[in-house]
Design a protein around this ligand. Structure first.
Ligand code: GLC
Ligand code: MG
Length: 680
């Protein structure tokens, strides 16, 4: 496979990159380089090109004018040369896109072997990808990195109209959209067209930290600013732009004498030449930071280094690991790569509750979320992290999790799978559907790598006329991610969000929401009123991205579920309340649920639930397990399913997918696996 990335903004070059040297030289460059280098290491990949813009500027590295630069074996930067060779900010690139598109198509025309896939970073690069698709028919994927419409009111902001239009076109045109966080996949992208979710894949990115050489370099960097340099540090690293909200961190620090007593504050905000140089926003942010430190009389406790390189950043993390904390107070953070860097370096994190950090911290099982508009909240969380009795243990745990979950080699493997899925695929399910197997995912198909693999082999050989559906509590992008991670087969049909959505394959690697089912559910569903009633119960909500159009989700046990049911009945509201896993409560339209969705699908094929086989392990599977003609419970099924009995119900002694296969065998649905063909 030949892969080509396009990323036009900022100073993209082979490492070392001077992050922060211009406003647009930020995290997306680390992403593109980390991604491309890891893909180039994958044996299935023949070459990876990164296309960016050529420019010459006396203040910037002359390499940016070179048309070709090697990054690593098999990984090359190619720069598009146009008549305008000035450095251009992301905003002013717009006017140059026609010339860049022409240069890009010229480049492709001249290639002996053109790429199989183009991966566009930001909406401006998508314009080039679209031009290449029109001329050469090359499929493309899109990573937005940041989206204008995530901000309330952005749709009405005249300055943002061009950007929003470009983002809409990118979302609509891309074969697949690859993002990093659930917030992006399940919230930020939705205003661009709810169907985008069916083409969205969440893949954890990696981080590329320099080698750890200890805290010495960091101490040298910050010592000139500090009176007592031996104290632990509160570390923030962010570009000097307003939305990073660094001023609030100074406010928080100023408001808490206890915090000042415990730690020094270190803010690394880009690279600067004095406090007046640089773009207007950057200079404004820097002046504002100096002004706050001055007004609050914090000199001697706050370090604001003017310049840094990758080695010093790594060293700052090493220093923060010694009793300190990393803080990201952004008003909104699309993802939050620095949090993972910090976690991988063993630094506890405090982060904004707006955006990507919510699910990053959930995956790290550590750290604290704060309201970025509330300095007291930020200060309290920092103090709590500094003095946490199990600080080191938590940091170690987060470090292991961060290293396992966020690495570029895993990202590369997943991205290649997504690219490969963009080729038109003919479903094996082309004849009439005679039976449907609907299986839950978590705990039922996942849980044991070997038997998940055996299930995959079974699936490949499954009898004709048998449709395979998954029925899960997860959203469509999360369901696909888990299937991918477990190397489980993509089903013919996705019943997601506890049977409140049905997604069908579009034959191009994407999924389409079933509008008929959506209409069928919407009738009796007063989402706002149900939300208000649930609010009134005081039971804790699951994170915002779990709240969907036809599913509202809380944390709580069966007792809480009963209270919810009562509250809804008292309010005269119709809803289907489902308790599962001993800790989740889902509230759906009355006509929704896994059984309801499966019945809806079965009827489309002239079948009834009696002709369906189901498999599941928890309370949210109960209705389909009871209603279907045959059902399979693996040995690991939750106790909450202990009460269900019936002739068609089979409880296997095997766990997870092995239990499902056992049940299928008893139904006569065994297959002899083909000998595995090894592909070179
Ligand atoms: C999945 C969903 C969650 C739901 C649970 C139980 O974990 O993400 O929102 O509550 O399933 O159905
Ligand atoms: Mg399950």
């Amino acid at each position: 496979m030949r892969i080509l990335h396009v990323a036009l903004g900022g100073c993209l070059k082979a490492p070392p990159v001077e992050y922060g040297i211009t406003e647009d030289t930020g995290g997306h460059i680390a992403y593109v380089l980390g991604a491309a280098m890891a893909q180039a290491r994958d044996p299935r990949v023949r070459s990876v090109d990164i296309v960016t813009r050529a420019f010459g500027d006396p203040a910037l590295d002359p390499v940016h004018a070179d048309p070709v630069q090697s990054v690593a074996p098999g990984c090359t930067i190619r720069r598009l040369v146009t008549h305008d060779m000035r450095y251009l900010s992301k905003e002013s690139l717009q006017a140059h896109l026609p010339a860049l598109s022409r240069a890009f198509c010229d480049l492709l025309r001249g290639m002996a072997e053109r790429p199989d896939i183009i991966h566009a970073h930001f909406a401006d690069a998508a314009v080039l990808a679209r031009a290449a698709q029109a001329e050469f028919g090359i499929e493309w994927t899109y990573t937005p990195h940041s989206l204008a419409l995530q901000k309330a009111g952005a749709a009405d902001c005249p300055q943002l109209q061009d950007r929003i239009r470009a983002e809409r076109a990118a979302v609509a045109g891309a074969g697949a959209i690859i993002v990093s966080s659930r917030d992006e996949a399940e919230r930020q992208l939705l205003p661009y067209g709810a169907d985008s979710e069916g083409r969205t894949h969440r893949i954890n990115p990696g981080v590329s930290l320099d080698r750890d050489r200890g805290p010495g370099a960091a101490r040298d960097l910050i010592a000139p600013f500090l009176r007592d340099a031996a104290k632990p540090i509160l570390l923030a690293i962010a570009r000097p732009v307003r939305k990073k909200n660094l001023g609030a961190l100074v406010d928080a620090y100023a408001a808490s004498p206890a915090l000042q007593d415990r730690a020094n504050l270190v803010i690394v905000a880009g690279l600067r030449h004095g406090i007046n140089a640089g773009p207007e926003e950057q200079a404004g942010v820097i002046r504002d930071l100096f002004d706050r430190v001055d007004r609050y009389g914090l000199w001697g406790k706050v370090a604001l280094p003017a310049r840094h390189d990758g080695a010093q950043i790594r060293s700052l993390y090493a220093l923060a690991a010694e009793g300190g904390v990393f803080v990201n107070p952004a008003l909104h953070e699309p993802f939050g790569l620095t949090l993972i860097e910090a976690a991988q370096a063993g630094v506890p994190v405090v982060a904004t509750c707006d955006g990507g950090p919510v699910d990053i911290l959930q995956q790290l099982e550590a750290g604290m979320l704060v309201d970025p508009t509330n300095p007291q909240d930020i200060a309290a969380a920092c103090l709590q992290m500094l003095d946490h009795p199990r600080r080191d243990w938590l940091a170690q745990k987060a470090r292991h999790k961060a290293r396992a979950a966020f690495n570029w080699d895993r990202w590369a493997a997943a991205s290649i799978q997504v690219y490969a899925g963009l080729r038109p695929i003919r479903s094996r399910q082309d004849g009439p559907v005679m039976r449907i197997l609907a299986s839950d995912i978590d705990g039922t198909l996942t849980g044991c790598v070997q038997s998940a693999g055996r299930f995959g082999a079974w699936h490949e050989m499954r009898p004709r006329g048998l449709m395979f559906a998954v029925a899960t509590g997860r959203s469509a992008p999360e369901a696909r991610r888990v299937l991918r991670e477990w190397q489980l087969p993509e089903p013919d049909l996705f019943i997601t969000s506890v049977g409140s959505e049905i997604w069908r394959r579009d034959g191009q690697g994407g999924l389409t929401l079933c509008g008929d089912y959506a209409d069928h559910l919407s009738g009796d569903w007063d989402r706002d009123a149900v939300t208000a009633t649930l609010q009134g119960t005081g039971i804790a909500w699951q994170p915002h991205y779990e709240q969907r159009r036809w599913k509202l989700s809380l944390f709580g046990d069966a007792g809480d579920a009963t209270a919810v049911t009562r509250a809804l009945a008292d309010a005269g509201l119709a809803a289907h309340v489902i308790a599962s896993h001993g800790r989740f409560i889902d509230v759906l339209p009355v006509r929704a649920g896994k059984a309801a969705a499966l019945r809806f699908e079965a009827e489309r094929h002239g079948l009834s639930l009696a002709q369906c086989i189901t498999a599941g392990d928890s309370g949210n599977d109960r209705d389909m397990l009871i209603a279907s003609g045959a059902s399979i419970l693996p040995a690991n099924a939750f106790d909450e399913l202990a009460g269900i009995t019936g002739v068609g119900i089979f409880r296997s002694r095997d766990r997870h997918a092995a239990g499902v296969l056992d049940g299928l065998a008893r139904l006569g649905l065994t297959v002899t696996p083909k000998p595995k063909v090894q592909h070179a």
